[in-house]
Design a protein around this ligand. Structure first.
Ligand SMILES: Cc1cc2nc3c(=O)[nH]c(=O)nc-3n(C[C@H](O)[C@H](O)[C@H](O)COP(=O)(O)OP(=O)(O)OC[C@H]3O[C@@H](n4cnc5c(N)ncnc54)[C@H](O)[C@@H]3O)c2cc1C
Length: 476
């Protein structure tokens, strides 16, 4: 008897190293691939009222789904596209296609788990089965020397226990051919960002044009960073920079929606080490991928706690509610150039460097003393590479509610500004109104006298905001 399997694509928008499609092809003759734009994710809002998925990520995901459809067509098949609730839409499709199984990547965070549980329940009622597969992490949980409930709480212990003992499994090849979809199945239209209430995304900055969704673009970026430009060889020295495209791999957005798998990145790094060079930098990119796994495992171990103000360690730290201060932070109007430059980059491109993220997060929590969850939700809305575990666990750490042995993750913004943007190239790019300032004032324009302001044509409170803190704040 011939079988049909649904492959429900979620955050695994690729054909290479995709366990769901690999297993489905082994079990069934007919494959029905589907992607559902979850209306709650694309039209909904967070608890603080931000759009759950703002325009940068919406555009990126739409492009990724379009590319997936194109690549499935090349194999002789197609992608069914729906907008609605996945647990309803995938169920309807499974009933219509009379499939035997629905294969999908298992998600681990609350909202996603609710959806898959609900679908699994309805499928049972029509005699169909959910088959969960893995593919988000570098390591398989089954290969780890400890159960998830016993994952060490500190990154260093986690890393030391696995890095020389657990092997990264070899990626799966993409299928070579698939049977066509039955004519009776409505393929569905690809939505546009306007359908989700967004405006056009301008292409003014390098990030806007380079972050293009899809598996092909992901593999191209990996090749660009490793073999074409050989940037990997100096990653450790450049990774703390903030301006431009080449200082870090920029793979996060593709990794977040699964246009590329971490195993594929790992094996390409190994190839680079064999063919080009092996050094601290090549090791460091794998190190960062281990952080990604670690946070995913923390998310699994601590569940909903990572989203709560008291975080993983249950530490209730008092905070202020101040909409005015939050707005200044969110719009890049604090009068602290390093913060404003980073926030304006986020608003304009959906991206911010790791150094930038650490600084703006620390500033919100430790200087403004606001609720970190509000900051994390704002990131969730805007980040092109938003990933629930990476985002919320990083915020947990900076807010001091993670399981970090280094309790105090305070960043002195002025020192950071002078250290990581000594000449102010990054600040001047994002805050062109400060372009005439010498470095003596660029990191702290509030040190200018009225005469200085006139000399450099920067008027505090008029052409650039007055600083939220006086200079005394930084010498505490
Ligand atoms: C407050 C805060 C929020 C963050 N939110 C997210 C998020 O929503 N999604 C996200 O992918 N990353 C997040 N990060 C981690 C990190 O900033 C980004 O992964 C990185 O800046 C993306 O650029 P890249 O791909 O060039 O990274 P690279 O430096 O080239 O690193 C390679 C990959 O390693 C992973 N990685 C690197 N650093 C981290 C880290 N600290 N935690 C987890 N994974 C890491 C990413 O997948 C990244 O693509 C956050 C960091 C902070 C401090």
């Amino acid at each position: 008897m011939e079988h049909t399997a649904i492959v429900w694509f979620r955050n695994d928008l690729r054909l290479h190293d995709n366990e769901a499609i690999t297993e489905a092809v082994q079990k069934a003759q007919h494959i029905v691939p589907v992607y559902v734009f979850d209306e709650r994710v694309f039209n909904g809002t967070t608890s603080f009222g931000f759009k759950k998925t703002d325009k940068f990520r919406a555009k990126f995901i739409i492009e990724s789904v379009a590319k997936l459809r194109e690549n499935l067509k090349k194999l002789g098949c197609d992608l069914v596209i729906r907008v609605g609730k996945p647990e309803v839409e995938v169920y309807k499709l499974a009933a219509e296609a009379k499939s035997s199984w629905v294969f999908c990547n298992r998600e681990r965070t609350t909202e996603e788990v609710k959806v898959q549980d609900s679908l699994e329940k309805s499928l049972w009622k029509i005699g169909q089965e959910m088959r969960y597969v893995r593919g988000k992490m570098l390591f398989y949980t089954a290969d780890l020397p400890f159960p998830v409930s016993q994952v060490p709480d500190t990154f260093t212990s986690f890393r030391k226990e696995i890095e020389n003992t657990v092997k990264v499994r070899v990626p799966y090849a993409a299928p070579e051919k698939l049977l066509p979809l039955n004519d009776s199945i409505n393929r569905g239209e690809l939505p546009s960002i306007h359908d989700f209430g967004h405006e056009y995304v301008s292409l003014s900055h390098i990030e806007n044009s380079k972050f293009q969704g899809g598996e092909d673009q992901a593999l191209k970026q990996l090749d660009y960073y490793l073999f074409e430009q050989k940037l990997l060889g100096k990653y450790k020295e450049t990774r703390n920079e903030m301006l431009g495209w080449d200082f870090s791999s920029k793979l996060s957005a593709w990794l977040a929606v699964g246009c590329i798998s971490p195993k594929t990145v790992y094996y390409k790094i190994k190839e680079y080490e064999a063919k080009v060079e092996k050094n601290d930098s090549t090791y460091w990119l794998v190190f960062e991928l281990m952080w990604r796994d670690f946070f995913r495992l923390m998310g699994k171990k601590y569940g909903d706690k990572i989203f709560l103000h008291s975080g993983m360690n249950g530490n209730h730290k008092p905070y202020k509610s101040n909409d005015k201060l939050f707005k200044m932070w969110a719009t890049g109007e604090t009068g602290i150039p390093l913060i404003d430059a980073n926030m304006r980059q986020l608003i304009s491109t959906g991206f911010m460097s790791n150094r930038g993220r650490q600084n703006v997060a620390s500033f919100l929590v430790n200087d403004l003393k606001l609720n970190w969850v509000q900051g994390a939700e704002y990131f969730e809305s805007l980040l092109i590479d938003y990933d629930p575990c990476s985002n919320y666990c990083n915020w947990n750490y900076i807010a001091g509610v993670g399981n970090d042995p280094r309790e105090d993750r305070y960043f002195n913004i002025i020192s950071q500004s002078k250290r990581y943007d000594a000449e102010g190239v990054y600040i001047k790019y994002w805050l062109p109104e400060l372009k005439n300032l010498p470095t003596t004032f660029l990191h702290q324009p509030d040190l200018m006298s009225l005469n200085d302001q006139a000399a450099y044509n920067v008027f505090l409170g008029k052409t650039y905001p007055q600083a939220v803190f006086s200079s005394k704040h930084w010498s505490k």
